[in-house]
Design a protein around this ligand. Structure first.
Ligand SMILES: CC(C)(COP(=O)(O)OP(=O)(O)OC[C@H]1O[C@@H](n2cnc3c(N)ncnc32)[C@H](O)[C@@H]1OP(=O)(O)O)[C@@H](O)C(=O)NCCC(=O)NCCS
Length: 159
């Protein structure tokens, strides 16, 4: 099923903690979303480390997820992904809002993230959700033609 088949408001949706059982489905979304996807092992290690990891479901199927690490009053958003066919329906913004609320639950004062400078969709989402550009980390990511810069962004929380 995709967002195109049924109006979104008619789809039963929920957000719940990620489990190991979600990893095969998440792997399919990762591979469809990134040239350099996280491996199932990356997710399994993050689950073991106790990171805040949540999935969004539509009609019982995972269609998005995020990974948030919180330590010493700072949160780091490590992954935020919506499955390709479900994009541009406000679900990414909604899931980011859920993530910021979890950061508040963990008493974080700010949230940091890194994003490829070519990722205009994600950068637009973050800027319009109150993230500010903090710095550029040169050659941070692998890329087909060598390396790509990361934009480091930060949002101060007023929980
Ligand atoms: C980034 C991502 C999570 C956005 O999810 P989404 O559900 O499509 O986003 P939304 O529909 O909530 O859109 C929120 C805002 O993001 C921006 N945006 C989303 N897709 C965009 C696109 N293709 N081009 C430009 N801006 C875009 C817009 O500012 C949009 O606000 P608007 O609808 O008011 O214009 C999704 O594109 C994705 O999973 N991409 C691949 C994984 C990824 O790059 N994750 C981020 C890693 S740092």
């Amino acid at each position: 099923m995709s967002a195109m088949d049924i109006p979104l408001h008619e789809v039963a949706q929920s957000v719940r903690p990620m489990t190991e059982a979600d990893l095969p489905r998440i792997h399919r979304i990762e591979v469809a979303s990134y040239e350099y996807p996280w491996t199932p092992g990356n997710f399994a290690d993050s689950l073991k480390a106790g990171y805040s990891m949540w999935v969004r479901e539509a009609d019982g199927e995972v269609i998005g997820y995020y990974v948030l690490m919180v330590a010493a009053g700072e949160a780091h958003l490590l992954n935020l992904t919506i499955a390709p066919t479900w994009r541009r329906h406000g679900l990414g913004r909604d899931l980011l809002g859920h993530c910021l609320a979890r950061a508040c639950d963990h008493h974080a004062g700010s949230v940091f993230l890194e994003v490829r400078t070519s990722n205009t969709a994600a950068i637009a989402l973050y800027r319009s959700s109150g993230f500010a550009d903090l710095a550029v980390r040169r050659g941070y990511y692998p890329a087909r033609d060598g390396r790509e810069d990361a934009l480091i962004m930060k949002k101060d929380l007023t929980c």
